[in-house]
Design a protein around this ligand. Structure first.
Ligand code: HEM
Length: 489
């Protein structure tokens, strides 16, 4: 006898194909948030070609399922193109839940847990200084400068590689490979993901462009993982290794366990830091700059706070953080206002479950709508305005009772961002350096103020469309700090 299950409300689809035609292609998080309002439910259900999809639009639903029941909701979508043909599952953020993923997460955690991150601050300071100088010299290449800052910080920390410019050999290898991750991650981009049998077609047949794409991309992905790892391994053998995450993990290998297996885990875990950490940091800091351009009074207040702590004649350090809650609040607000991954990364359930009387079969796709959680007006009044004081008490301290934007901005449960503490410190240092030294504003061209569009790209990861800024040193002393520091003094 067939049991009838209850499912949450959602747009009614058509027989067989389900809601495939209703799936939003642009800014899906906004449509999902609106559906939540239209259907009066914080859980929305869609059936797309037989796949069960649940969208969680509230902090409660996200917490109940992705946090409290994280043993059930921590798997990942596995696709033929990304995982099998291009081998992007070397990126452990895409690995299915299980022991192999757990080994990666453990190795990564050993090096990126909160206690370890201070070891990496020197790399962050160095690259943040470089960013100041480049912004002054070339204000209209913000994205390029941020990419170099974020990429070089991670390469320095992970492999001890000192990338000087965007033409750095390793940065180029990685950038070339990462391009294909964006392509294979586009929903519905590859028919073979719906009909895996197509992978057996010979490459000369029409309609097999995906096989040619995979043949081009797979060696690029292999190279990106292999080359920096091999260089560190060789340097350990030669006795010339410098301090790095990769070198530490290789030196700590357990001699009783299989060497090749451990090396594979280390290679993949370390390179995932770049994949997980570069574009995300660029997006978050681009939003930070956009917010400062649009909210000059917030920028001025932050500058005053920084000056009151540094006296205006030195650069801030992370040790100043406790004295500068306003800067921390700006970082939280940037991550809340325009979350980098508005739908985080989808989770998959591994056993049948029931929640609020609704049936959730094993293999369902669960999307935590970080955007909806972080723009919930009952938790964040006036959610569209950029207001760091929402995280502060009247006395200007961080408000421990305010809902924390970090709860959704970095994802959920056992798959929560493994580089979160690293990301927060790196963002804080870059923002504090900018406040200490630079005025960032809308540029004026031919007597006209150029407004940023404020628009964002749409995809798994969102970032502001390129916008123009003007950058000026705040004072002669500030200019001196940038120049002096640039020369390594
Ligand atoms: C502002 C910057 C960042 C944001 C907003 C961000 C956000 C996220 C999100 C939303 C996820 C998916 C969580 C989920 O599935 O629920 C994630 C995963 C991950 N992130 Fe980040 N991230 C940032 C920076 C970084 C950095 C700097 C690193 C490395 C140093 C990093 C490493 C990772 C890794 C390894 C995963 C995969 C975790 C897993 O699947 O077990 N991230 N991040």
């Amino acid at each position: 006898k067939r049991q009838r299950h209850r499912f949450p409300p959602g747009p009614r689809g058509y027989p067989v194909i389900g809601s495939v035609l209703q799936m939003p292609m642009q800014n899906a998080w906004l449509t999902y948030q609106r559906w939540g309002r239209d259907y009066g439910s914080d859980i929305i259900y869609l059936n797309v070609l037989g796949k069960h999809i649940y969208i969680l639009n509230s902090a409660n639903a996200v917490y109940d399922l992705l946090e409290k029941r994280s043993a059930t909701y921590s798997d990942r979508v596995v696709t033929t193109m990304a995982h099998e043909l291009v081998k992007w599952d070397k990126n452990f953020a895409l690995l299915p839940y299980g022991d192999f993923w757990r080994e990666h997460r453990k190795a990564f955690h050993r090096q990126f847990q909160p206690d370890m991150v201070p070891k990496y601050h020197s790399h962050m300071y160095k690259q943040a200084r470089g960013l100041l100088g480049r912004l002054l010299a070339q204000p209209n290449a913000l994205r390029k400068h941020l990419r170099l800052m974020a990429g070089a910080t991670i390469l320095g920390v992970c492999y001890g590689i000192d990338a000087q410019s965007e033409n750095d050999h390793y940065l180029q290898i990685i950038e070339q490979a990462v391009h294909s991750l964006n392509e294979v991650a586009k929903p519905g981009a590859y028919l073979v993901d719906f009909l895996p049998i197509l992978k057996y077609l010979p490459t000369w047949m029409p309609g097999t462009q995906f096989k040619r794409d995979a043949a081009t991309w797979r060696p690029q992905v292999d190279l990106m993982f292999d080359e920096p790892f091999d260089v560190v391994k060789q340097s350990l053998d030669d006795g010339t290794a410098v301090d790095s995450v990769c070198a530490s993990l290789l030196s700590e290998m357990d001699e009783r366990k299989d060497k090749r297996y451990q090396e594979t885990v280390i290679k993949q875990a370390v390179e995932t830091a770049y994949i997980g950490g570069a574009d995300t940091t660029v997006s978050a800091l681009s939003t930070f700059v956009l917010a400062m351009v649009l909210n000059p009074e917030v920028q001025r207040t932050a500058q005053k706070h920084v000056d009151s702590v540094t006296g205006g004649d030195r650069l801030p350090t992370i040790e100043d953080r406790d004295s500068l809650p306003y800067i921390t609040a700006i970082i939280k607000e940037a991550l809340r206002w325009r979350p980098v991954l508005p739908l985080a990364v989808p989770h998959i359930s591994t056993t049948d479950d029931e929640y609020r009387g609704y049936h959730i079969p094993a293999g369902s796709i669960i999307m935590g709508n970080a955007w909806a959680v972080l723009h919930d007006g009952s938790r964040y009044p006036n959610p569209d305005s950029f207001d760091p004081t929402r995280f502060l008490t009247l006395a200007g301290e961080l408000d421990r009772d305010a809902p924390d934007a970090l709860e959704a901005a970095f994802g959920f449960g056992r798959r929560i961002c493994a580089g979160m503490h690293f990301a927060l410190d790196s963002m804080w240092i870059n923002a504090a350096y900018v406040f200490a030294t630079l005025d960032i504003a809308k540029p004026v061209e031919d007597g006209r103020v150029i407004e940023p569009s404020g628009e964002y790209t749409t995809g798994l990861l969102e970032q502001p469309l390129p916008f123009k800024i003007s950058v000026a040193p705040r004072s002669k002393i500030a200019e001196g700090l940038i120049r002096q520091r640039e020369h390594g003094d």
